[in-house]
Design a protein around this ligand. Structure first.
Ligand SMILES: Cc1cc2nc3c(=O)[nH]c(=O)nc-3n(C[C@H](O)[C@H](O)[C@H](O)COP(=O)(O)O)c2cc1C
Length: 234
């Protein structure tokens, strides 16, 4: 790829996109994101970095209105309860549920990881052996995250990196989005098992995201702490 020498124009486009992005509460239900643009958003997720490169998340794209309704009762951050609308569930062009892989797949030395390193990463056996050891140390000692819940949370963290990238990329091509944690985990997991065939032992919901085009301009101006309040230099 060619790296632009003068990045000023790109820098201002990026900042403009980050100011454009806001947590969109209601989308224009008539406007759909093109397949081509949505694929770019998905590529941003797929190409995102993950710890040890294990890609421990899945994305479900829920386009059937009937299937989206299955989440309405307990997805309080996406059902419009706060503004009397159909919410992100009822208005978004695309609605995504990120799943985190549980310890079944992500505990060190798991069968899934062996297959993944061989088939996806195409690593030779000696390198796989080395990574198994390093990953075991990482889970048991370095980060001390050997429990089932901790491993799922770690996998969820990786999903959030992809989530961030999807929203940033969307904003750069004029597409609105909303990250969504406003849902009941247990009920979401139950619906995913009953209606989507997702085994809760292997996958747990991490976070949701809606994409589309805003119905209205944001109600509030963006507020943030100052750079000095957030960043310390040493
Ligand atoms: C992980 C995460 C979960 C969120 N969950 C919800 C949600 O369920 N519903 C919602 O309307 N907004 C949700 N938000 C949006 C935040 O409230 C919003 O990003 C924050 O107030 C800053 O506003 P801005 O994104 O418009 O700049 C979530 C944001 C993040 C990062």
């Amino acid at each position: 790829m060619t790296i632009a020498k003068d990045t000023k124009a790109i820098q201002s486009q990026i900042i403009e996109a980050f100011n454009f992005r806001h947590a969109t509460k209601v989308f224009d239900p008539k406007r759909k994101i093109s397949d081509d643009q949505f694929n770019t958003i998905l590529e941003a997720a797929r190409l995102s970095p993950t710890s040890f490169g294990f890609e421990p998340f899945q994305m479900l794209i829920i386009q059937s209105p009937q299937k989206r309704e299955l989440f309405r009762d307990f997805a309080w951050g996406a059902n419009g309860a706060f503004n009397g609308s159909a919410g992100q569930l009822g208005t978004a062009s695309h609605f995504v549920i990120f799943l985190a892989h549980t310890d079944v797949n992500m505990k060190h030395n798991s069968e899934y990881q062996q297959k993944f390193m061989k088939e996806v990463k195409q690593l030779p056996d000696d390198v796989i052996g080395f990574i198994n050891q390093a990953f075991q140390k990482f889970q048991e000692q370095d980060f001390n995250i050997d429990g089932a819940r901790q491993i799922t949370d770690w996998a969820g963290k990786q999903a959030y990196i992809a989530l961030g990238n999807t929203m940033s990329v969307a904003a750069q091509i004029g597409i609105d989005s909303c990250p969504i944690e406003g849902f009941e985990m247990d009920k979401t997991s139950q619906v995913l098992e009953e209606h989507f065939g997702i085994d809760p032992k292997v996958y747990q919901p991490a976070v949701m995201a809606a994409f589309g085009y805003r119905a209205d301009e944001p109600q509030f101006d963006k507020t943030r702490r100052t750079m000095e309040q957030m960043v310390s230099w040493f």
